[in-house]
Design a protein around this ligand. Structure first.
Ligand code: ATR
Length: 484
């Protein structure tokens, strides 16, 4: 079940949230500790009119909530709400057994979710506590904190030990817990919580629209093929929006999840455990995955970095779709020899893929970089030439300029990576930055009449290639119809 946590500080706001999002949710959690005013009569009326089943929760500050009054006051308030309101569940903490509340819940057929929270770690006695609660006929809920990918792995392993407990909720707070929230049906959790878009009820909460429409978490089952992206950071990436809607469109049962990863080796164990079928790799892991791959393609070897890993029956295979994503928009121009000479600005990781792609297509390359030693090194390895960033005469004849540095990226959007260069107007200008979609450098090139290749094309191109590698199917959207 997808549970919308009502994060509004008034009942009016929460009514609005239910109206907006009830079609995406199976039930709602009313967090009365977040309300500005604790008017019990109004809360009772709200519970009676809500369109969805409700969980009643009053979370204390020490458990990550906002309730500051005494346990005695809380007991009195919950007592009345349980007696007079309409609730499907009530969430009571493990150390808050009151007898009277449990009795009212039983009498009124309100299921008890018995929760415990650890804002610091995954507690060592997690499993035994869950067992103890389940033995009492209550639904155990553990909200613990995953501090690294190993914690995330430990929690996934928990499922095997606790598989006999049919109804349980085990959540990991924080960014390492995001895959659990999305894959809640694979973790044996009764439900997952999500926030109204634009709000967040707990660390790592996703919004209900993403859960329902991007990830379709409630459709995941034991047959769903799991794909994802590893990186650090990773949660901001556009890739889930490239892949998930496409899986749905072509009608295959698969999901693509962002995995925050601090340790690549542990992630490979995690991937085995979860039967991950393939994943994208982003900063800073593109080199670190190499030792774990059973096969790599020529470009991965040349570039020394891999952005796509796919399971091939017995081993992980690594490819570099940045390479193909880059080539895709200009392949005709290269093959038709419209582009024979290129300048590449920058000598970092992205530049390596670009330079090798051009060199493998018989294009001569001159590399310009702020730090000349890096340009020189890359030039030596790839059979290119190099020049200082202000030596614009060295590129006066080129047909293509590829901009691979971060100069001009949001928020510093006025910055120009090559201020001393005057465009002739017949060069093709390829910008790798995609936020903003139009950089200062591109604007200047456009004014001179150059044709442009925006970074979004490469981003999409590499994503398309990943999709095709993962599924063996054509990507179902074009640049105009994809939304990300
Ligand atoms: P990526 O993988 O995105 O290429 P990277 O490997 O860190 O990232 O490379 C960043 C590139 O942007 C480098 O060429 C870097 O120049 P240096 O080698 O001199 O560091 C370039 N770059 C970053 N900030 C820059 C700036 N303010 N001015 C000029 N070049 C810059």
């Amino acid at each position: 079940m997808l549970c919308l946590t009502l994060t509004g500080n008034t009942l009016e706001k929460n009514t609005e949230y239910i109206e907006l999002y009830h079609t995406m949710s199976d039930l709602c959690e009313l967090r009365i500790d977040l309300l500005e005013q604790m008017n019990l009569q109004d809360i009772i009326a709200f519970s009676q009119q809500a369109q969805l089943p409700l969980i009643l929760t009053c979370r204390r500050e020490r458990d990550g909530g906002a309730y500051r009054r005494t346990d005695r006051t809380r007991t009195g308030q919950l007592n009345r709400l349980l007696r007079e309101g309409t609730w499907a569940y009530v969430d009571l903490e493990e150390d808050f057994r009151r007898g009277e509340l449990e009795q009212i819940a039983r009498e009124r057929n309100i299921r008890i979710i018995r929760s415990f929270h650890d804002m610091q770690r995954v507690p060592a006695d997690l499993f035994s506590r869950i067992e103890r609660i389940a033995a009492k006929g209550e639904i155990p809920k553990a909200a613990v904190t995953a501090l690294n990918i190993r914690d995330a792995l430990t929690l996934f392993s928990a499922e095997q030990q606790l598989a006999h407990i049919e109804k349980k909720i085990i959540l990991a707070m924080g960014d390492y817990g995001v895959p659990r929230r999305i894959l809640y049906r694979r973790t044996g959790s009764l439900l997952t919580y999500a926030s109204p878009p634009g709000t967040s009820a707990a660390p790592g909460h996703l919004d209900i629209e993403s859960m329902k429409h991007i990830y379709r978490s409630d459709q995941v089952n034991s047959q769903t093929n799991i794909y994802g992206i590893i990186g650090n950071p990773v949660l901001h990436t556009a890739s889930p929006r490239i892949h998930n809607p496409a899986f749905h469109k072509v009608g295959i049962n698969a999901i693509y999840v962002p995995f925050l990863v601090d340790d690549v080796r542990t992630f490979f164990t995690f991937a085995d455990r979860l039967s991950v079928k393939g994943f994208s790799v982003t900063v800073p892991h593109k080199q670190q995955v190499l030792p774990y791959l059973g096969r790599i393609t020529r470009e991965v070897k040349q570039i020394g970095s891999c952005n796509t890993v796919v399971w091939e029956r017995e081993y992980w295979k690594g490819i570099n779709t940045d390479y193909y994503g880059f080539l895709r928009p200009i392949l005709n121009l290269l093959d038709g020899e419209r582009i024979k000479r290129a300048a590449v600005i920058g000598a970092g990781g992205a530049a390596r893929a670009v330079v090798w792609a051009l060199r493998n297509h018989q294009c001569s390359v001159v590399i310009l970089n702020r730090t000349p030693q890096r340009a020189e090194e890359l030039a030596r390895q790839t059979g290119s030439s190099w020049a200082a960033l202000d030596d614009t005469a060295s590129i006066s004849q080129v047909d293509l300029i590829v901009q691979t540095t971060s100069v001009g990226m949001a928020p510093d959007t006025d910055a120009d990576p090559l201020p001393g260069y005057t465009f002739r107007g017949d060069e093709v200008v390829y910008e790798l930055i995609y936020t903003p979609e139009m950089t200062a450098f591109m604007k200047r090139a456009k004014l001179s009449g150059c044709s442009l290749v925006p970074g979004k094309q490469m981003l999409l191109g590499q994503g398309i290639m990943q999709f095709e590698t993962f599924t063996g199917l054509n990507y179902p959207f074009t640049e105009d119809t994809v939304v990300f």
